[in-house]
Design a protein. Structure first.
Length: 231
């Protein structure tokens, strides 16, 4: 799906607005949804498996709602050449090894003010401190292995299963609470679970291996491992 224009008429501005519906894209070449200007997603169920970027815009990307699954097998899950702003929805973005990322906007602004966001890959763009949803950047897990984050009192913040091995994960969501210390587990299992694109919504997690890494959400953005892109 592409909106492009290479002419000289300045009144023609290619853009894509998605306001609802179900979009399933699988492509063995090229990008999933590509726009030469601004890409806006307000609602809908979007699933993309692509070789190149799943979502790409020459200018900004705005995600305001919807369920979005972006799985790139050789590039970035979501790639904005401008700012990347997420205000709502449930987003799972999967990139490949560094320098590719789940969420890539170079050193422009990655701002998260709503929704739940999981981005995994070799690296990630740095989340902005102007975000209002608490965000952690941490290390990775093996393919099909659970990664689980929970507070000291046992309250779950995340249970996620990626189809690929990854080195870096960005997670942002309302389950991350302020000034709370969290532990990270890999492996284990989930019983009676329901999930959306690897993100578990319900179920009982049986613990795997506890990581030596813990983190405390003293600020809106927390670094606990992984690689943050510097370009």
């Amino acid at each position: 799906m592409s909106a492009s224009y290479s002419g000289t008429d300045a009144t023609i501005v290619p853009y894509i607005n998605i306001n609802n519906g179900t979009i399933n894209i699988t492509t063995g070449a090229g990008e999933g949804i590509s726009c030469n200007n601004v890409l806006t997603i307000n609602k809908g169920a979007i699933s993309i498996t692509a070789i190149n970027d799943c979502l790409n815009a020459e200018k900004n990307i705005f995600i305001n709602g919807g369920d979005i699954y972006a799985y790139s097998k050789a590039n970035d899950g979501i790639d904005s050449n401008g700012d990347l702003t997420i205000t709502g929805g449930r987003v799972v973005a999967i990139g490949t090894v560094a320098p590719e990322a789940g969420l890539d906007c170079d050193l422009r602004t990655l701002k998260i003010t709503g929704g739940t966001v999981i981005g995994v890959g070799g690296t990630t763009s740095p989340p902005s401190t102007t975000s209002t949803v608490r965000t952690v950047v941490t290390g990775g897990a093996e393919a099909n292995q659970f990664i689980h984050i929970e507070a000291a009192d046992g309250t779950e913040a995340l249970t996620f299963q990626s189809p690929v091995k990854f080195a870096t994960m960005l997670y942002a969501g309302p389950k991350l609470k302020a000034n709370t210390t969290y532990s990270i587990y890999t492996g284990g299992s989930v019983a009676a679970g329901t999930w959306l694109n690897g993100f578990y919504l319900t179920g009982t997690y049986t613990k795997g291996t506890k990581s030596a890494t813990t983190f405390t959400t003293a600020s809106v953005v927390t670094r606990a491992g992984g690689t943050i892109s510097t370009k």
